[in-house]
Design a protein around this ligand. Structure first.
Ligand SMILES: Cc1cc2nc3c(=O)[nH]c(=O)nc-3n(C[C@H](O)[C@H](O)[C@H](O)COP(=O)(O)O)c2cc1C
Length: 188
């Protein structure tokens, strides 16, 4: 069973990326393979159904990689910073390049980070998108704040809040439970 975490921050080394790495560790403790696709590290071009733009080879290759990983994933985590009270356009653009065939009846966890007032609104908005893609957004979600993180000597963020560390375990356990029991397998 393989998971894919898609990160929609515009920033390299984002807080959301740090949370994704923390969660990846918990999945791996339970022998679940998880890959992180960070859209800041692997940018893709804007969706263009008219085909008038000429995206670079790098963008096209990144998109092919994302689409392949998404198709092969058994579950997803969508990670977003809070941008203007919602999820990022970068993440929405990536989701617009994917389809129901990628998400149909697969468990989806939602995580996000804000810098102003802590808000779970971006995740509520994402829940609607997951439903449209026919994914199953699990009930537990994680909405952190910049102050829940600290930095290593090299500047890398790490999750430094006990409450969220505990919540992360619950979150991972919940997704694994959905994946293992596949309650909606027969509806695919
Ligand atoms: C375009 C933009 C809009 C933002 N809007 C909000 C906002 O509405 N509320 C908020 O709390 N923070 C807002 N922020 C701040 C980000 O949430 C903050 O930089 C956060 O650390 C991003 O998390 P990340 O490091 O995972 O990308 C905004 C940042 C940007 C770049």
């Amino acid at each position: 069973m393989k998971g894919l975490i898609i990160i929609g921050s515009a920033k390299m080394g984002s807080h959301t990326n740090a949370l994704a790495h923390y969660l990846k560790g918990h999945f791996e403790d339970q022998y679940f393979e998880v890959e992180i696709f960070d859209l800041a590290e692997h940018p893709i071009h804007q969706l263009d159904v008219s085909g008038v733009s000429s995206p670079s080879e790098v963008y096209k290759n990144n998109l092919t990689l994302l689409q392949t990983k998404a198709r092969n994933a058994d579950f997803f985590i969508l990670g977003t910073p809070n941008y203007h009270g919602s999820y990022s356009g970068i993440l929405k653009n990536a989701l617009d390049h994917l389809t129901m065939d990628d998400f149909k009846m697969k468990p989806v966890g939602l995580i996000g980070n804000s810098d102003g007032i802590v808000s779970s609104e971006p995740l509520s908005h994402l829940r609607l998108i997951v439903r449209s893609l026919l994914g199953i957004a699990v009930p537990t979600q994680i909405a952190t704040h910049d102050t829940d993180y600290n930095r290593l000597d090299d500047g890398t963020y790490y999750l430094d809040n006990e409450e969220f560390q505990l919540r992360s375990r619950l979150f991972v356990d919940q997704i694994i439970s959905f994946v293992k029991n596949s309650p909606y397998e027969h509806l695919k």
